[in-house]
Design a protein around this ligand. Sequence first.
Ligand SMILES: [Zn+2]
Length: 625
Amino acid sequence: MPATDKSSRQTSIATALLKEGIINEKQLERAIKVQALLEEPRQLTEVIVDLGYAKRTAITDAIAKHGSTMRLGEILLEQGIISSDALETALKVQQEQGLKLGEALIQIGAINERQLLQNIASQARLPYIEPTFSMIETSLLRGVSPEFLAKHDFVPFSKSEDGVITIVVSNLHSDTVKRAADELYQGKAVLALGPEECIKATIEDIRSYRQSGGKEVSSQEQRDTAVNLVEHILSQAVEEGASDIHIEPMTHAVRVRYRIDGVLVYKTDLPSDLLSKLISRLKILAECDIAEHQRHQGGRILFHMGDRSIDMRLSIYVSIHGQSAVLRVLNKDMALVTLDELGMTPSMLQRYRDDVLDPPTGVVLITGPTGSGKTTTLYSSIDYCNDVQTKIITAEDPAEFTIEGIVQCSINDKIGRSFALTLREIVRQDPDIIVLGEIRDKTTADVAIQAALTGHKVYSTFHTEDTIGGLLRLIDMDIETFLISSTVISVLAQRLLRRICLKCAAPYVPNAREVEQVGLSMAEVREYEYKKGRGCTNCSYTGYRGRVAVYELLVLNELVKEAILMKKTAHEIRQISMDTTGLVSMREDGIAKVVKGVTTFEEILSHTPRTFHTRPLRQILTLSQ
Ligand SMILES: [Zn+2]
């Protein structure tokens, strides 16, 4: 089968590099020899870069220039979007079923339609646009019938200051579309690539708009393109639950991405000629200086959407390709989550209630990196303890959420309400429970331990990788080990993993590499069924929607306390905790959630710390009931 022959796949990239004079025959020969000697397989172009024969940018440019004569598979492989295993499988499927390679790749789940189009567009140095009716420049619809657009399968999108019109097509190789658009717009049309379903839906919307109003678009209804687009981008981001919006100039387009559930999602491009208008519009909303193009700027936008107003922070950064904007969406309607909703397994939840929250004294630490959801857990724990017989007082920096019935204090150094002064005063308030937003240094740790020694319950958060790391950090802060072992009753570590999208979840067989990496064997994994999201509109084609926490709950027993007193190593303390306290690692908690169809091995690998020992799958499932 010549199509699956690796050397023939390499030749067309090599030919392009030779043609462009980027490398010579001798260098190519040598690179191929070196590649054959490598133990870890590497792309030929990577080897060429490593050997110093060419720069990565030169190779990318050559691929862009010769992209049309190269096979799609090798371009995707070269970009690291698909693996060579996936390509082999797709080539087989392609031959067996007579499909196009792109279709075969989509069918085996190696890539989705959006990723494929985004890649084709970027190779052709064209914007990738997902058009909607609310985004398009309405003046371009004057004198154009939806039937004409449907026949030629394109939508006009925007018009630059010098009259160049961007139209969105789904097929770059149709000459009739370009001819029709050129005729319509006097030869001033340029192409952008977009998904066929978006183009069809937009044409449908144009048709129903015409039918409802029955008229051409009047000049009054025309709004400025930038006003429309900015409103579209901000409201779509809010609807999709994005935490940040990125608008970045690239060489061939303006790229729009949203951060959703902690991951950047590529939404659409916009024509480069709209950049300055978009940035100006954002600056007007944030009351920044429109005339200033050389300095970084920031501001605040109160964005109105229906009856909600959403607070956003704008940051403009001056990059070499122009001004780049990022908006942080501040979510004020964060809901208080109850203990039951935290996502702990029933047995863990019961231990957390009985052995951690109910005891009247001791220090409880919730640990994890920024964005691991520990504040949510802290607030639901406090909410559980909140009743008329309990005085709860907090020192937070700042208070992120208000709970009725507890005394919350936001630290403010500027007006002299410093952390140190607040801590001195807090114990004089006759509290039962003290909540310290974060243990940041030895002083805070001392206050927590002293308060626990005098019969208080103390909750706080910490920045450590896992539960054992939390204990060791206290030792590193020069806190006496006997004080740690006599006050700390529990450490809870956590991470947030993305949830599989319910709308597009489909059966899936995990691959051997990821199974091995989480510490399981394929034989035990095969006994259960698994799911993965294929990508749909509900999840912005990521296969995930929302997040779920995974936990590692350490409740200290006598053996662990003894291990701390003896300053044993992290490895030893972990082993004792696993053997005697029923400690389940975050990775193991994640594995149990994968078997339940909540998340994937991929998510475990990218968000949880490596553990040296994973228990057998059956045992994990028994412990996680
Ligand atoms: Zn989905």
